[in-house]
Design a protein around this ligand. Sequence first.
Ligand SMILES: [Zn+2]
Ligand SMILES: [Zn+2]
Length: 330
Amino acid sequence: MQALVYTANEQMTFREEPDAQSIGPGEALVQIEAVGICGSDMHAYLGHDPRRVPPLILGHEAAGVVLEGDDAGRRVVLNPLITCGHCDYCLDGRQNLCPERDLIGMYRPGAFAERIAIPRTNLIDIPQGMDAAAAALTEPAATAVHAVNLAGRALAGPVNEAKALVIGGGSVGLFAALALRDQGAAEIMLADTNPLRRDVATRVGTAAVINPVDQPAPKSYFNLVIDAVGGRTSRQAAIAAVTPGGVIMHIGLLDSEEGLDIRRITLQEITLIGTYTYTPVDLRATLAKLHSGAFGSLDWIDQRSLGDGPAAFKELHAGKCAAPKVILRP
Ligand SMILES: [Zn+2]
Ligand SMILES: [Zn+2]
């Protein structure tokens, strides 16, 4: 089969790979129809993720069709997070914290390929008539939905009374703004330094859009700040922008250090919550939301063939890609 393989730092190679083999018991072989490029794939491509060692087929935001067995013909979104199913976290519905969690495109082959083998329990049915590219947005959108839901439990008041700042206008940031709108947030601002991303966010129209370089977000103003970048500068901005007693949701994984004003966090009783991926329930709920139109038209996705993947990675790295999400179609 043809696959897009991360072969070395800043090198993606479209080439022939051994076909995905089914199949242990309980696994399904899925023909990939659409697969998104994630910020974490970019991170790996740049050699910044020690968990992803080349040569490796990346990609975990996928939708496709089951090829064989009892499920043949089912159109499905893949839950890329493979968990043990029997630890306390899994049994408690917090599968994203399973100590044995694995992700496709990390320690095992990912979905930048024609086919993939994956546990049947990781398949989620796509609603009838829904386009595969839209369905492939489920994973990044669910990451945002999970964060907004967790924030809802930590905020002092309801989400619909919250003033919210989202830092980062990639797909997770954009979906965070859309999920906040869906939950009726009183005020939503989105900050991004990339003018192309700001244009798209403005067109989507879900938030007031700012360039934080020219116009820093108002200080001590937002009950909720979602950091979908996760770097030193964005953390500094988040801590400056949040109100006393407010909540910061930290989603981005740009780097691990610096930018935390622990003194302000302490003196102002700021809640800082790290949030990682989603649960199977989040994925299902998010797929239904995407299908219902709750997150708008989704016409901002950029679709290309899998063979154009290497060029797409270069463009994304150069900051020349306007779309918050590039979807590859094998
Ligand atoms: Zn992702
Ligand atoms: Zn588990």
